[in-house]
Each structure stands twice: as C-alpha cells, then as structure tokens.
Design a protein around this ligand. Structure first.
Ligand SMILES: Nc1nc2c(c(=O)[nH]1)N[C@H]1C(S)=C(S)[C@@H](COP(=O)(O)O)O[C@H]1N2
Ligand SMILES: [Mo]
Length: 318
C-alpha cells in the first residue's frame, strides 16, 4: 500500500503547508516532463487537536489538471465542511466525526457489470498511480475553495468492474452509521447520503476518486477514506466516504434532490445563469478572500465538459 504512517506529527506546524507550497512550485518549474514524481512532506494539526493523518507517498503531480490559483489554506479545508451525517454547521464535521472508523474499508460493487463484489479499498487503489490534481470546489451555497486533491481517475476504477451496456448511470452510497453520525436523526435529509452520475460523466477524465489532500490522507470531515470529486458540479455531487457503487439503467436518486427537487437538480452543473430559487449563483465567495468573484460556467471547466451536455436545456436540466 502506498499510504504509510506518518513518523512525526508535531503540534505547532501550521506553516508546514507553506513548505508544501514552495516545494510544489519548485517541482513544477523544474519538471520537463508532463508528470513529475515527488514525495510530499507535511504534518498537520488543527488548533490543539492533533489528527492522526498519514502522509501519502508516490504521488505524481498531474500538471494537466492543475491550477495557478492560490490554494485555499489547509486549516480552512479541514475545518469548514459540509458533511450532513455529522451535523449542519460548518464546524460540525471536524468536531463530530472522531468516532467514525475508516479502516478497514470495503466498497460493495453491484448492478450492471461483469465484476460485482466486495472490494477492499487497498485493492481498488493499488493498481493505480496516485495523482495530485488542483481543482476548484464550488458549493451550491455560493462559496468556493481551491483544493490540491490526491486520487485516481474515477473512470479507471469503474472500468475494473467491467460495466455492461445497460449501465447508463452510476449510483454511490455513503455509510449509514447513526451511532457515530450525530447528524442522522437530527438533519432533515434522508440517509444514507446517495448521489449519482451519468456514465459518461463518471468516465470523464476530470472525475476523481480522492483519498487525500495537501499530501495527507483525507480526514474524516473531508470524506475519508475515499470520496468523489466532480469539479464542474456543485459540491453536493462529490459524495464523501463511499461504501457502495452500483451500475444502473435509470437515473439514481440524489439526497439533495430528494430533499428539495426545485432547488437541487440531478445534474447540478455549476451555472452562473441558473439561479437557485433563493439566491443567485452568479458570484461566489472564495474562502479566505474578501471580495466575491464571478462564478464561471461549469466552474471554469467548460472547455472540457460542455460537450457532455450539447443539445440539453441547462435551465431545465439544472
Ligand atoms: N456523504 C456526504 N457527502 C457529501 C456531503 C454530505 O453531506 N454527505 N456534502 C456535500 C457538499 S454539500 C459539499 S459542498 C462537499 C464539501 O466537501 P468538503 O467539506 O470536503 O469541502 O461535500 C459533499 N459531499
Ligand atoms: Mo455544498
């Protein structure tokens, strides 16, 4: 397994991510090939609360999926979260997810494919090269971040299961563990949290299964041990802590859509022109920035993904 225990977790190194940044710049500028191999060194903490995070090694920086934008601070990414299973306030997921166990982890694969089964996380990941990709994350609540994820392309993992021609959509399910998830029973959503993608969206090279960020394994609040990242869609599509993947013929349910269908569509493509019934989506607040900025069509990924939706009325299929 590529992930190993950190030797050294210090409790006063909030600046370690600055080392990360300078290291990242150096490696990018010194690389002549598209991909440059590097090892990340970082440790982490959050205000006196030392998390048992682990470094991830043998990560390749994929500069085709990068960004020059300023990264959101690590401390913000791990403390300002949406993960309704642990509560609705932004600080709830970090505060309330400590008893959620993510090791060992298996994912059940079902439905329209030749290789269904119960897979250990390690076995799903180890055939693949871990990549760092810097993506914008745009929440439907009109805030955004820039996050250096570590993961593997979703499509490459899905291909291992050999989906058949009936597999028009992929459905994902998060855990249902009321004993360690205080949001379940309190929050009005239906649990377990579920999401889905059309198969061509899932196979798109931008779709990522993330296992880490900023050089470290995902913390529980960010969706440990494995979560989806679909950067051209509103954040709720990027389901955390996946336990089930099912290939299906019909469009699968989406938790936010079941909760309020007129507010949250199945497609949920970031679109500054289609307002949410209660607020505009034309602008967003980048966490850590003072002034709001314009929201871009498909969150700035239009060149890559607009063709997936040619001929579709994006005001109707929101
Ligand atoms: N299982 C699960 N996944 C989820 C959510 C959730 O409530 N439960 N919230 C979503 C929403 S609304 C957003 S904006 C992103 C936030 O990801 P982050 O906290 O890692 O930034 O996770 C998404 N994935
Ligand atoms: Mo969100």
């Amino acid at each position: 397994m590529l992930i190993r225990q950190a030797e050294n977790i210090k409790s006063s190194e909030i600046t370690s991510k600055e080392d990360y940044l300078s290291r990242r710049k150096f490696l990018t500028s010194s690389s002549s090939t598209i991909l440059s191999l590097y090892i990340l060194h970082a440790s982490l903490l959050k205000s006196g609360n030392v998390y048992a995070a682990e470094k991830i090694e043998n990560v390749i920086k994929n500069i085709d999926f990068s960004s020059d934008e300023e990264l959101t601070k690590y401390s913000s990414i791990i403390s300002y979260n949406n993960f309704a299973e642990f509560g609705l306030d932004k600080e709830d997921p970090a505060a309330n997810s400590g008893d959620f166990k993510t090791k060992p982890w298996t994912i059940k694969v079902e439905g329209e494919c030749n290789k269904p089964g119960e897979y250990h996380l390690e076995d799903l990941i180890s055939p693949h090269q871990l990549e760092e990709r810097i993506y914008r994350l745009r929440c439907v609540e009109a805030w955004s971040m820039v996050i250096p994820w570590i993961g593997i392309p979703l499509g490459e993992v899905l291909k291992q299961f050999e989906p058949n021609s009936n597999a028009r959509f992929v459905a994902f399910t998060a855990p249902y563990q009321p004993d360690v998830m205080p949001g379940i029973g309190k929050v009005a959503y239906e649990f377990p949290f579920v999401e889905g993608l059309r198969i061509d969206e899932a196979m798109h090279p931008l779709s990522l299964l993330a296992v880490g960020l900023y050089g470290e394994e995902l913390l529980n609040q960010n969706g440990a041990p494995i979560r989806l990242v679909v950067p051209w869609k509103y954040g709720f599509k990027s389901i955390k802590s996946i336990v089930n993947i099912r290939f299906v013929q019909e469009q699968p349910p989406s938790t936010f859509n079941k909760f309020a269908a007129n507010e949250f569509g199945f497609y949920a493509n970031v679109n500054p022109e289609v307002k949410h019934p209660r607020w505009s989506q034309a602008r967003e607040r980048r966490i850590g920035h003072f002034l709001k900025q314009e929201t871009l069509m498909f969150n700035g990924y239009a060149d890559q993904v607009a063709s997936l939706y040619s001929g579709m009325d994006l005001g109707k299929f929101y």
